[in-house]
Ligand binder design. Structure first.
Ligand SMILES: [Zn+2]
Length: 313
């Protein structure tokens, strides 16, 4: 093995073209998914523009190939009825987007927390989220999304058995070709803060640690992925992304399926806030963050920078 001076690693770093030639990781807009919030009334967010709420009429494609829809309904109740009704906010958005942008990939977040008055991800029984009673509602929500035009459904609730319940329900309804993108390793994270504001989904009591994962665990993440795959998940997801790059890497190495990572609102918000103070350059920090997530092993990245990336790349 040759050493210095025969070997000089700086040779391949000398120009931009050389660096690009030997880059091991590339960002491609085709791998990015833009979260999109839809509600009866528009609510611009100046500090975090990607987290603005749009009306059904105001929805635009944002120049990205894929979107992940979240709905903020007009009314909430204990069961989260707004999640699965035929004229729910996400169902309306799906029909409008499908007609306006036939090529746009439409993914939907499947959960009840935006629709329940208590803000938890499932129905309550004795002050706790009732796992099994929630499964049927998640399945109904999934079917109504697919009926309205969703290309894939993405359960984010972290109930045990939800992927299997949704798979069976979709198959029974004739949607055996619709993939499930499972939020398999979803952690109870402080980095969801800006999202809860944007989606109006903060729990009215307690927290989500009874169903979302403990940030301390990685072996458990692999078990979650294994179970979701056994139940029929087509893509498995790790959420959040940046504080969990080791989890993405572990999942990548263990499973031969597409892996998604969710670059969450707090990750986006921290960079935006620091950039607003002139502490760092948003574009550089965002590109570096997204490159790190892909380098860790993610095939697909859900990111609030997807729209900006369309302009940057
Ligand atoms: Zn939820």
């Amino acid at each position: 093995m040759s050493t210095f001076p025969a070997t000089r690693l700086r040779r391949l770093r000398r120009t931009g073209a050389l660096r690009e030639l030997v880059a091991e990781t590339h960002l491609d807009l085709a791998d990015m998914v833009m979260p999109l919030f839809v509600s009866p009334e528009a609510l611009p967010n100046e500090a975090l523009p990607a987290m603005s709420r749009h009306t059904v009429d105001g929805l635009a494609s944002a120049g990205v190939p894929a979107v992940l829809l979240f709905g903020i309904p007009e009314a909430k109740d204990d069961e989260g009825t707004g999640a699965w009704i035929d004229d729910g906010i996400v169902q309306q958005a799906l029909r409008a987007l499908r007609e306006r942008f036939p090529e746009l990939l439409l993914l939907t977040d499947v959960c009840l927390c935006e629709y329940t008055a208590h803000g938890h991800c499932g129905v309550l029984h004795g002050g706790e989220v009732d796992n099994d009673a929630t499964l049927d509602l998640l399945a109904r929500t999934s079917i109504s999304h697919v009926e309205a035009g969703a290309d894939a459904v993405c359960p984010s609730d972290m109930m045990d058995g939800r992927v299997g319940a949704i798979r069976h329900a979709l198959d029974d309804a004739g949607y055996e070709q619709t993939p499930i993108v499972a939020y398999s390793a979803k952690y109870a994270s402080a980095f969801y803060g800006p999202f809860r504001e944007a989606a109006d989904s903060a729990p009215s009591f307690g927290d989500r640690r009874g169903y979302q994962m403990n940030p301390a665990n990685v072996r458990e993440a692999l078990r979650e992925c294994e179970l979701d795959l056994a139940e029929g998940a087509d893509v498995i997801m790790v959420k959040p992304a940046l504080p969990y790059l080791d989890v993405i890497r572990a999942v990548r190495e263990r499973f031969q399926v597409p892996v998604a990572a969710y670059n969450v609102s707090g990750e986006y918000g921290m960079v935006r806030a620091a950039a607003a103070r002139g502490w760092l350059d948003e574009r550089q920090a965002a590109l570096e963050s997204l490159t790190a997530i892909k380098r860790a092993g993610a095939d697909i990245v859900v990111t609030y920078w997807a729209k900006d990336l369309a302009a940057w790349l």
